[in-house]
Design a protein around this ligand. Structure first.
Ligand SMILES: Nc1ncnc2c1ncn2[C@@H]1O[C@H](COP(=O)(O)OP(=O)(O)OP(=O)(O)O)[C@@H](O)[C@H]1O
Ligand SMILES: [Mg+2]
Length: 445
């Protein structure tokens, strides 16, 4: 078999094969002659050119006799491996790409500007894809194999990585890389049409008056981005503790303590959960607790903190509507090891949560606030949600864009009073309801 065939045979799954050994041995030789860390100051293209040159010398010196094509293929593959992520490398360098999705060796998709496209790229084999995946997860001291077929991790450079492999994935090794999200200011988000000036005015008042706010939305709707922007409204003198699974928040204030949970290590030890961190944060004299995403039993601790003096906390939760978010918080709180009757959790949520901000990702890729709702119920009352702002979408146009308008509704008296007492103006665009029937109210259990 020719070397070219050996280098690029897609059937070469299972064992690393002869070509794998060849690539591995040249990679080792290359790394002996060059210090990759020292090269990290070079731009990617320069780094590649330098490696190719050095490897060229090594092959001429001691390699087999090869045709020009074989030689350049060998060089490319060895350098790809040496550089780390092979064909993913240029994608990671491309700042316009926000997400990379690899569904087995033959299907690579990326998201740019909210739109997903397939690229005309493929891995040489499932085996090569697995090697790339192994290299990625090993940088964070994790392992992926049949007995541990799912990994969720963050790279040192900030990207979030999820891996799921056969037999769980029937599509082959599947890799999802989310670029470390750029943070956006509220003004930038207004520019994207995600919300408007009036909503920012209201939200600024709510944050400064220490309302507890839950940002809710499905995956990738922009929860973390909005949470980050809203956190920017917290006054500089307050002590903020942020708690996240993978630290994405980039708060600009100086008095910030950032906490990040830790998954178990390869031996299954050393795990520190969001819940552990929430509990610990209460002993750190916080003015504000910002929880990146509530997804487990920490819901209970967070709700308790919110209703016992840690006002002004912010958190996100994965849900498709404001009422969904309440149900989700309640369900998650019931999953904690402390047995709290479901009814009591309902009371807890009524006293803890003040405002819900719902995000939606539209067909054209735009992310918008689709509702701001005040939770106006107390004790054991059914959840009473009062819509104070919403996005009214128009039908999809032929240019594939979603247009619409933001609408505003009166604030409940209690909300307006609380803003007033905190020295925050009550935004005129919304007004204050004089009677209950002026409120855009709905109930949920
Ligand atoms: N308002 C927005 N307009 C345009 N792009 C946005 C907006 N908000 C977020 N994005 C982009 O969308 C992607 C996902 O954002 P983000 O991480 O904030 O979402 P998320 O809801 O927290 O996702 P997850 O559920 O995975 O935690 C990022 O690339 C981010 O830059
Ligand atoms: Mg997020």
């Amino acid at each position: 078999m020719s070397l070219r065939a050996r280098i690029s045979t897609p059937e070469d799954h299972g064992s690393r094969g002869e070509d794998g050994h060849l690539v591995a041995s040249y990679r080792a030789k290359l790394l002996e002659e060059i210090d990759l860390a020292e090269m990290s100051s070079l731009a990617a293209a320069e780094r590649r050119a330098r490696l190719e040159r050095v490897l060229g010398h090594i092959i001429s010196r001691e390699g087999p006799v090869l045709s020009t094509v074989e030689r350049s293929q060998l060089i490319r593959r060895v350098v790809d491996e040496a550089l780390g992520l092979g064909i993913l490398e240029p994608l990671l360098e491309d700042a316009s790409i926000t997400e990379i999705m690899v569904n087995g060796p033959d299907a690579i998709f990326v998201e740019r500007g909210g739109r997903v496209e397939q690229l005309p790229l493929r891995f040489v084999s499932a085996d090569q894809l697995m090697q790339t995946i192994e290299r990625i997860v090993s940088t964070v001291n994790r392992r992926v194999d049949e007995s541990n077929p799912m990994v969720d991790a963050r790279l040192p450079s900030g990207e979030r990585v999820n891996v799921i492999i056969p037999p769980l994935s029937l599509t082959g090794p599947t890799l999802t890389i989310r670029r470390f999200p750029r943070s956006f200011t509220l003004q930038e988000l207004i520019g994207f049409g995600s919300l408007d000036e009036r909503m920012v005015f209201l939200l600024a008042g709510l944050v400064q008056a220490k309302f507890n706010i839950i940002v809710s939305g499905a995956t990738g709707t922009g929860k973390t981005t909005l949470l980050n922007a809203l956190s920017g409204l917290i006054p500089a003198h307050e002590r903020i503790i942020t708690i996240e699974d993978s630290a994405e928040l980039q708060l600009q204030q100086t008095h910030v303590v950032r906490l990040e949970s830790r998954p178990p290590n390869v031996e299954g030890k050393g795990q520190v959960t969001i819940r552990d961190l929430v509990r610990n944060s209460l002993r750190m004299r916080p003015d504000r607790i910002v929880v990146g995403e509530v997804r487990g039993g920490e819901s209970l601790d967070m709700l308790q903190a919110m209703s016992t003096g840690h006002d002004g906390s912010l958190a996100t939760v994965h849900a498709n509507s404001a009422e969904d978010a309440l149900t989700r918080l309640q369900t998650l709180a019931s999953m904690s090891d402390v047995e709290v009757p479901f009814v009591a959790l309902h009371d807890q949520i009524n006293s803890a949560v003040d405002v819900l901000v719902q995000l939606t990702r539209f067909a054209d890729g735009a992310r918008r606030i689709t509702e701001i709702a005040v939770l106006d119920s107390h004790g054991g009352e059914p959840y009473r949600l009062v819509t104070v702002a919403r996005f009214l979408a128009q039908p999809l146009t032929h240019d594939g864009r979603v247009y619409g308008t933001f609408e505003y509704f009166p604030l409940p008296r209690r909300t307006a009073d609380r803003l007033y007492m905190a020295g925050q103006p009550v935004p005129q665009a919304f007004g204050v309801a004089r009677t209950a029937d002026q409120l855009a109210t709905r109930e949920a259990r």
